[in-house]
Design a protein around this ligand. Structure first.
Ligand code: GLN
Length: 446
């Protein structure tokens, strides 16, 4: 733990992955663990981990990278944090993100700009950019993130690491600061597949505090890692390899297809015809849910309150105007509009119907295939400053990851190659609750 902090201070000055370090408490926990002795069956005991700063940690400031929560110290732990602690994992600190996880470059953080360690003039992706960089820069071997529309997988792709968004319901959302509640999932970010499976083993499972968490049994995700995927049936959607995908990214994915075939799997082209409607449907659903979830930040109960307020309305209006950043305000306005009387049917309801079509597309493919593959993101990491002024371009970055959240499926990004010297991720999409097949295929591939 001491070595982790010693190393991290030099590295983080260059990449700015962390918002807040947990040094005193982590060293104390490590000393206690030394005294108690490590249980040899507990693989992850003493392992230093980083946690995205939208996952609440008791006694440790949790900001969601928003001025609104700049000084917020939670009074309870997220369920995933309790589980990490029960397994003697050591939380090193909290990582940077786009404010309230809204964004794809971590540039929407109210506090700092995280840099991609492969090229510090480029973005780390987002919104779990800090967690991805903490792993990619060698600061910690395991980090936890959240994924509402790609926020684990896209930064994993941009940083050359493994990122898993589990099936909706696989991991408790208790203590995850809510963004789009029907889409949000906490997941694992690591340097390789086996570590990832071991980390998901710890955090998965039913939780009475999250009514959407599943009661399904949790398998040992490290169990199927044999390297043998002979006979596996893999689908490649043609929509994931078409216009808008950087040709160099396509070349990496074509080489990956060849590698899967060499391993004895079959890869066939399929169609997900409604995937092109994923981005517009997602931005209506996610923003509508966000507009509702973010009502609690009213300047009264907790969080930021504007100075010199004159009356109640002034508390609400000024606290929210000054506490939220531009992207968050954009989503609140879009979401409030989509949910309002007179527009609900045309927008929110319609987006829900589109979501069903997207789910049906996936179900149809999974009648005949074990797994879907494609790129995680249309491009490698772009330059800092390049897309932040153009929200639509930024939103299109998640065109390949968003359908997976709309359908609640597990999705994983694993390193597959390079384009222009930057890492390119391969996305694996599985059947509901079939993370094991993703790990099996990913392990054989890496
Ligand atoms: N980039 C997407 C958005 O801005 C996804 C974010 C996420 O998964 N948290 O909404």
């Amino acid at each position: 733990t001491q070595a982790t902090f010693d190393n991290l201070k030099g590295t983080d000055a260059k990449v700015d992955a962390f918002l807040n370090l947990n040094e005193a408490a982590a060293l104390k926990q490590a000393a206690e663990l030394d005294a108690k002795g490590i249980d040899p069956d507990n693989l992850l005991a003493g392992i230093p981990v980083a946690v995205k700063d939208n996952i609440v940690t008791k006694g440790l400031t949790t900001t969601a990278a928003s001025k609104m929560l700049e000084n917020f110290v939670p009074v309870y732990d997220a369920t995933v944090v309790e589980k990490m602690q029960a397994h003697d994992m050591i939380i090193i600190g909290k990582t940077n993100l786009d404010e309230f996880a809204m964004g794809g470059s971590t540039e929407n953080s109210a506090f700092k700009t995280t840099k991609n360690p492969w090229d510090v003039s480029r973005v780390p992706g987002g919104s779990s950019g800090g967690s991805a960089v903490a792993v990619a820069a060698g600061e910690v071997p395991v980090a936890f993130g959240s994924d509402t529309g790609g926020s684990i997988r896209q930064p994993a792709s941009f940083n050359g690491i493994v990122g898993m968004k589990p099936t909706y319901g696989r991991v408790s959302r208790w203590g995850l600061i809510a963004f789009g509640s029907s889409l949000d999932q906490i997941g694992t970010m690591t340097r390789n597949v086996k570590d990832n499976a071991a980390a998901l083993n710890i955090i998965a499972g039913n939780d009475v505090k999250d009514g959407t968490s599943s009661k399904r049994e949790v398998p040992d995700f490290t169990a199927g890692l044999t390297g043998d995927i002979k006979g596996m049936k893999i689908a490649l959607p043609k929509e994931y390899m078409g216009d808008g995908i950087d040709p160099k990214v396509r070349d990496v994915i074509k080489a990956a297809v060849k590698q899967f075939e060499d391993l004895g799997a079959t890869v066939e082209e399929v169609s997900l015809p409604h995937s092109r409607y994923g981005v517009p449907a997602y931005y209506i659903i996610a923003s509508s849910e966000a507009s509702s979830n973010l009502q609690r930040f009213d300047g009264i109960r907790y969080g930021f309150r504007a100075d010199d307020v004159k009356n109640l309305e002034d508390v609400y209006v000024r606290s929210r105007s000054e506490g939220f950043g531009d992207e968050v305000k954009r989503r609140i306005m879009l979401g409030t509009f989509s949910l309002s009387a007179g527009y609900y049917d045309a927008y929110f309801h319609k987006a829900g119907q589109v979501r069903t079509l997207i789910i049906n597309d996936f179900n149809k493919v999974f009648e005949n295939y074990d797994l879907i593959i494609g790129p995680t993101a249309p491009t490698p990491a772009f330059k800092l400053g390049d897309e932040i002024s153009d929200p639509i371009t930024m939103y299109m970055n998640d065109v390949l990851t968003i359908p997976v959240n709309l359908a609640g499926l597990p999705g994983m990004s694993i390193p597959a190659g390079f384009a222009d010297g930057m890492p390119v991720g391969l996305q694996l999409i599985g059947k509901s609750f079939d993370e094991s097949t993703l790990y099996k295929a990913g392990y054989a591939f890496e």
